[in-house]
Design a binder for this molecule. Structure first.
Ligand code: NAD
Length: 251
């Protein structure tokens, strides 16, 4: 193990998964703007490198790390690489995920299991390898409004996201004595490349806007702001909770 590339004196460091796109990218940029060094983890190496370029152009410090969060050895290696680069972890954001839009009778078992494997088991694996490196600090898991109530036509996704909320609550209780806070952000529909894959149809967007009290979709930056806040000292008494960023839908 070499010397940490960035001294941690007065400087925070952490990692964000799925930071090659959407909410994860906006969160990585948001952390970097607070002065933190950020490991940008994504299965898509080019996308992660692009986020790092954006952060560096902005005067920040970041490192691209390729990871498949559904693969244990890949997660273990990626967390190790981030920790070795920056000398530890002050925050970890488990954001990578994918959605699925089929009813129960249309889903194959393999499709169901893949959605659970990436979203839920992936979040578990990330936490498993991050927690030993957190000396205090905070974890944020990005769940969904579908982690709190039903989204029609998305049983695998909703089951996995409810699981993430459960994992978050138990970890918050189990690691509170170590000074580690664990929370979940539950975004509602947010205009990201991932969202546009299934909802680029203007009729779908109009329907989503119509059922959202604020009358519009979120930007990735709006969801990311909640993530960055939960990892900050401003949220020092907040743990085991879910923070909805859903334009009022939960209400
Ligand atoms: P996105 O598809 O734009 O970005 C997701 C990123 O995760 C991509 O860069 C992708 O390459 C990466 N990724 C996918 N599988 C991976 C894997 N196995 N290992 C590592 N990286 C992987 O998605 P987004 O809309 O920004 O969503 C981010 C998170 O927010 C997801 O967990 C999603 O479920 C959640 N969310 C999004 C919305 C929304 O409307 N956009 C709403 C609620 C919750």
């Amino acid at each position: 193990m070499g010397e940490p590339r960035v001294a941690r004196v007065n400087r925070r460091c952490g990692l964000v998964t799925g930071a090659g796109s959407g909410i994860g990218r906006a969160a990585a940029i948001g952390f970097a703007r607070t002065g933190a060094a950020v490991a940008v983890l994504d299965i898509d190496e080019a996308a992660a490198a692009e986020t790092v370029e954006m952060i560096k152009k902005d005067g920040g410090e970041a490192l691209a790390v390729q990871v498949d969060i559904s693969d244990e050895s890949s997660v273990q290696a990626a967390v190790k690489q981030a920790v070795e680069a920056y000398g530890g972890l002050d925050f970890a954001v488990n954001n990578a995920g994918l959605s699925s839009h089929k009813r129960v009778d249309q889903l194959t078992l393999a499709e169901f299991e893949r959605v659970v494997q990436v979203n839920l088991s992936g979040t578990f694996l990330c936490m498993k390898y991050e927690l030993p490196h957190l000396k205090g600090g905070a974890i944020v898991n990005v769940a969904s409004n579908g982690g709190l109530y039903a989204i029609p036509n998305a049983p695998a996704y909703v089951a996995a996201k409810h699981g993430i909320v459960g994992l978050t609550k138990v970890a918050a209780v189990d690691y509170a004595a170590d000074g580690i806070r664990v929370n979940a952000v539950c975004p509602g529909p947010t205009r990201t490349p991932g969202f546009d894959k299934w909802a680029a149809d203007p009729a779908v967007i109009a329907r989503q806007e119509a059922i959202t009290p604020l009358g519009r979709l979120a930007t990735p930056e709006e969801a990311a702001a909640a993530v960055v806040w939960l990892c900050s000292d401003a949220a020092s008494y907040v743990t085991g909770t879910t923070l909805s960023v859903d334009g009022g839908r939960r209400a």
